[in-house]
Design a protein around this ligand. Sequence first.
Ligand code: DX5
Ligand code: ZN
Length: 240
Amino acid sequence: MSPGTPQVLISASILNADFGRLDRVVHKLERAGVDRIHLDVMDGHFVDNITFGADVVAAVRRLTRLPLDVHLMISEPARYIERFIAADAQTIAFHVEAPESDARKDAALRAIRAAGQGAGLAVSPGTPVQALAERAADLDLILVMTVEPGWGGQGFMADMAPKIGQARALLAAAGRGGLVHADGGVNHRTAEVVGRHGIDVCVVGSALFQRGRDASEEVEAVRDGVLRGRRARATAPRQG
Ligand code: DX5
Ligand code: ZN
C-alpha cells in the first residue's frame, strides 16, 4: 500500500465466536491482523437477542491491546454508560433510535467524550443518517448498520451503502474528522461496495469464523475489496 493511502481498518466482531474461549478467539484475531475488536452488547429489549455486558468488555480489555469498539444495542444507554466507560474501550456507540430522552442521550455522548473515549451513534436500516445531523459535532464516529441489528451472519443490505457517504459528509460538515464504520454482512464479497462509498472501518464478524478458512485470508481479502472499491470511486465520472 503506497504511503498516504488511508488505511482500511478492520474491526472484528466476536458475536459469532466461542464465548467459552475468548482468550483463544482474541489471540487468533490478533494473529489474523485485525486492527480493532467490535463488541456487540444486546439487552434482549432493544433487539431480540441478549449477549454480554460491561464485565465482558473489561475481560476483553485485559486480553488485548487492540482498540475496542463497543456497540450498544440496548434501550437505556445513558443508564449504563458509566459502566461501559469504566470498561476502558476506545469507542462507545449507541443507537440513535434508543427510547431514551434526547437530554439523556446528549449527556451520554458528553460522558463518553469527557472520559477521553470516542463517542458514536449507530443508525439502523430504517433510520436516515439525517437523524444524526443535530449531534454531528459531538460525534467521533458513525456506525452505519448494513443489517438489522440483533444477529451475526445476516445478508448485507447493499441499499444501505449510500448512507456511508452521507455519514462522511455529515461528519466533514461538522468539522469533526470522525470515522464511518459499516456493520453487518461485510466480507470479501461485499467489501468493494462499502469501499466504493468511502468506508473507514469495516466491522467483520461471521466471515472471520468460517470453518476451513483462515481468518487472515478473509482480513486481506476484505482490505483488497475496499481498496478496489476506493479505486473505482476515484476513477468514477463525477456526478452532475
Ligand atoms: C449485528 C451486529 C454486528 C454483527 C456483524 O447486530 O451489530 O456487529 O456481529 O456480524 P456479521 O459480519 O456476521 O454480519
Ligand atoms: Zn455491531
